[in-house]
Each structure stands twice: as C-alpha cells, then as structure tokens.
Design a protein around this ligand. Structure first.
Ligand SMILES: Cc1cc2nc3c(=O)[nH]c(=O)nc-3n(C[C@H](O)[C@H](O)[C@H](O)COP(=O)(O)O)c2cc1C
Length: 206
C-alpha cells in the first residue's frame, strides 16, 4: 500500500466514472426535490450512511468547526438534523446561525453543498422525532453531555445507569437540551462527474 503522505496517493479519486456529466436539463427545478432524488439514489445504491452530512458552523468570531451529523428530514422548506443544544455546534448556532453542509456520494460521483441560516424546529416536531428513536437511544440521550470531556468511561456508565433507573417502566421524554435544527438553504451547489470539475458544478437556489 502507498503511504498516505505520498502525493500520488492523494490525487483525484481513482476508479471508473460511469455516471457521466451533470446536465442542467437533468436537474429538477426544485433543489430540495433534486436532493431528495439523489439521496434516494444513494440509498438504493447501498451507500452506507448516505444521510451523513459534514456540517460546518462557526463561533461568534467566525472560527469554523465541522463534524458529521445525520440528516433526519428533507422537507419542502429545507433540511433537518438533530443535536444537543449544549454541544459546541449548538452553542455556535445560538450565536451565529450561519452554517453549511456538504455530502459526498463518492460511488455515484456526486456531491452537494448547501449553506444558509439555521433555525430550531418547533419543539413538537422534535418531540415526534424523539418518540421514534429506539428506547436505548432515548435513554442514552439523557446520559450524554455532548462535546464535554468525560472523566472516564465509568462516568458515562454511571450516567447511563442513572437514566435507565429514572425512566424505568415509563416513556422517555425528550431531553430539553436535545432538538432539531433546520438549515434553510439560501444557496447550494450540486456537483457531479469525474473528480467533480468545477465546470460541472451547477448552482442551485432555494
Ligand atoms: C456517522 C455519524 C453520525 C452522527 N450523527 C450525529 C447526529 O445526527 N447528531 C449529533 O448531534 N451528533 C452526531 N454525531 C456525532 C457528531 O459527529 C459530533 O461528534 C457530536 O455531535 C459533537 O459535535 P460538536 O462538539 O462539534 O458539537 C455523528 C457522528 C458520526 C460519526
């Protein structure tokens, strides 16, 4: 195997590109619908975690940070993800609602980039979403203090045991610190084709 520090190993993606060029005429005039179609294609192609997006936020000074989250909804008015309001991204979105995300479906030679202003989804929608989560994940949400360092693994186990006991035999309510966000897309780009040359990028506007 070539070392990763070898620049030859870090060139354009290798392999065949059978998906051809992106033509504006092939795109749905509604960018959300277009995104939905590509997400469905990625799902059908068996791409693992096809709904994982790299989400960038920035603090009040504009210093950026990025991490993956899962898209949980593609609604007519935008995209939805869920996170902990007390996490780094939660704090950053509270002071600076500008965000961007990108998703790469490498096997299909496609990527999409979206940026816009993020608002919180109504509490009732977050409640509905939380109710669909497996019980284990619901209890885990109460035990998790996202973005905060843990003293050790035992601390997490202790918090999990506490939450398990607290909700024994009852429905687990949504923790108030966990909720949905809604990047309202202001502008986005879809890119497709071998190594995503800029010439094949098509701007989308929602
Ligand atoms: C594949 C994958 C999916 C993830 N999905 C979510 C998610 O939907 N929501 C979330 O809050 N964190 C999710 N995480 C964890 C985040 O990447 C991140 O570690 C956590 O939210 C804390 O981020 P922050 O400290 O930058 O706020 C996911 C991680 C991975 C690897």
């Amino acid at each position: 195997m070539r070392p990763v520090t070898d620049p030859r190993a870090m060139q354009a993606p290798t392999g065949t590109h059978e998906h051809g060029a992106l033509r504006r005429a092939d795109l749905d005039p509604d960018p959300i619908e277009q995104f939905r179609r590509w997400l469905a294609d990625a799902d059908s192609a068996g791409i693992p975690l096809a709904n994982a997006i790299a989400l960038a936020t920035a603090d009040a000074e504009g210093a950026p940070s990025v991490r993956h989250v899962l898209l949980r909804g593609v609604e007519p008015h935008g995209f939805v993800f869920y996170t902990n309001h007390a996490s780094r991204k939660g704090h950053e979105l509270a002071v600076n609602p500008g965000a961007a995300f990108t998703v790469l479906w490498r096997e299909l030679d496609r990527q999409v980039g979206v940026r816009g202003r993020v608002t919180q989804v109504p509490a009732s929608i977050s409640d509905d979403y939380f109710a669909t989560r497996p019980r284990e994940a619901q209890v885990g949400a109460w035990a998790s203090h996202q973005s905060e360092p843990l003293a050790d693994r035992r601390e997490l186990e202790r918090r999990l045991a506490e939450a398990t006991e607290r909700f024994d035999g009852v429905d687990v309510p949504r923790p108030p610190f966990l909720g949905g966000y809604h990047p309202v897309s202001r502008a986005g780009r879809v890119l497709a084709g071998p190594a995503f040359p800029a010439a094949r990028s098509v701007p989308i506007h929602a």
